[in-house]
Design a protein around this ligand. Structure first.
Ligand SMILES: *Cc1c(COP(=O)(O)O)cnc(C)c1O
Length: 394
């Protein structure tokens, strides 16, 4: 290894950005009468709905809670089948399991690693109820294709848009592209409330079911009751406590105002990487389709393993040794022991399983300096050169 390190401090692959304005917004709520189930939640929901062009938004305690609530709202029941891409965060599939349903994994497109509509169609049975479209790395799925499949087979379309807040498909914002769109507000996501989630929809009935589900299945919430001056409430269905606090929503509201600027910064960093890695034989970029914009939650690069003398593990370790905080998103979900024990056998998702072996997520986040970006490029070039397969015929 080269003894001279480019960086002395570890550069993370993602990082939140909190300013004084965010802190003041939270402090103000901490001094108020409502720590939870208060007016700040409605204000954040309203602003989020406006930002995504949707009729309504429902804030919950996490992105996972948002996915679970979405499964409940569209009526997912035990033994129903829910189609999920093989490459995603485990929560996309687990949410179906929470409702007793069966995740059916579909393969991904080799250019984008987004859900492959042709494989979705192959996986549909009489028991299929929902398609979960995951906007991997921040690029929206092919929603026109997925919508026509859903309509043809009378299925519901749920977007796992946890990476994609701020992206567009054919000029339409993420948030209105599915029956329900779910977002994560975890610290590493496009905007944050620490932990938190959101669901957007244009369907008034689904919105009502989501609000009931996040509050134990109770028909009216505490704030509405206090306004209405009644003690009565009814619980008709089993819900959960998936509420979020008002001080978290104050942070979310403050963060939302910075989203456009942050997406622009992510797009700039991605454009810089794209140009820098274009002439690198050992690296292959993911494609972004012409009809979409990407929110670049992740910058995923693929190794051309035939050009290298080592595998992904060694490249990963070498980058980490150089203090470049790379990561891998994601291990195919059916490979996890939980799913293996339930009979999902490896080898059924040829694209996802092959691509998984050669993906790396490079650092990308608002607040990353030009120097940080240059360091990643320099280290990446150094390492791929060091492990270049010399005998390869060009
Ligand atoms: C982060 C994430 C989730 C879960 O969100 P949490 O807020 O961490 O519960 C679900 N799906 C995807 C694709 C994610 O990236």
């Amino acid at each position: 290894m080269n003894a001279i390190m480019t960086r002395t401090a570890r550069l993370p692959y993602g990082r939140h950005l909190i300013d004084e304005e965010d802190i003041q917004a939270v402090v103000e709520v901490l001094r108020s009468d409502w720590l939870t189930t208060g007016p700040c939640i409605a204000a954040f929901e309203k602003a989020f709905a406006k930002k995504t062009g949707s009729l309504d938004a429902i804030a919950v305690s996490s992105g996972t809670a948002a996915l679970h609530a979405a499964m409940f709202a569209v009526g997912v029941e035990p033994q129903d089948e829910v189609i999920v891409p093989a490459i995603t965060f485990v929560a996309s599939a687990n949410a179906a399991v929470y409702q007793g349903a069966i995740p059916v994994f579909a393969d991904v497109d080799p250019d984008t690693l987004l859900l492959d509509p042709a494989d979705v169609e192959r996986k549909i049975t009489d028991r299929t109820k929902v398609i979960v479209a995951v906007d991997y790395a921040g690029q929206p799925c092919d929603y026109d294709a997925l919508r026509s499949i859903a309509d043809k087979h009378d299925l519901r379309l749920i977007a796992d848009a946890c990476h994609a807040l701020g992206a567009t498909y054919k000029g339409r914002p993420v948030g209105v592209l599915a029956d329900l769109s779910t977002f994560s507000l975890h610290a590493i996501k496009p905007i944050t409330t620490g932990e938190g989630g959101m669901i957007t929809t244009n369907d008034v009935k689904l919105a009502e079911r989501l609000r009931i589900f996040r509050n134990h299945g109770i028909m009216t919430d505490h704030w509405k009751r206090s306004q209405g001056g009644t003690f009565e409430y009814e619980m008709a269905e089993l819900g959960y406590n998936y509420r979020i606090t008002d001080f978290q929503c104050a942070l979310g509201l403050s963060q939302l105002g910075k989203l456009d600027r942050w997406i622009a910064q992510r797009q700039e960093i991605a454009a810089h990487y794209n140009v820098a890695f274009m002439d690198c034989d050992a690296l292959e970029l993911l494609q972004v389709r012409d009809d979409r914009t990407c929110a670049w939650h992740l910058y995923v690069i693929r190794l051309r393993l035939d050009c290298l003398t080592v595998g992904r593990r060694e490249i990963f370790d070498a980058l980490r040794l150089e203090n470049i905080g790379v990561n891998v998103h994601y291990i195919p979900v059916p490979w996890h022991p939980f799913y293996q024990k339930r009979g999902y056998e490896k080898g059924q998702w040829p694209v996802a399983e092959r691509e998984y072996e050669r993906i790396l997520s490079l650092p990308i986040f608002p607040g990353m300096s030009n120097q940080d970006v240059d360091d990643v490029v320099a280290v990446m070039k150094k390492i791929t050169k060091q492990y270049a397969r010399k005998e390869r015929i060009v």
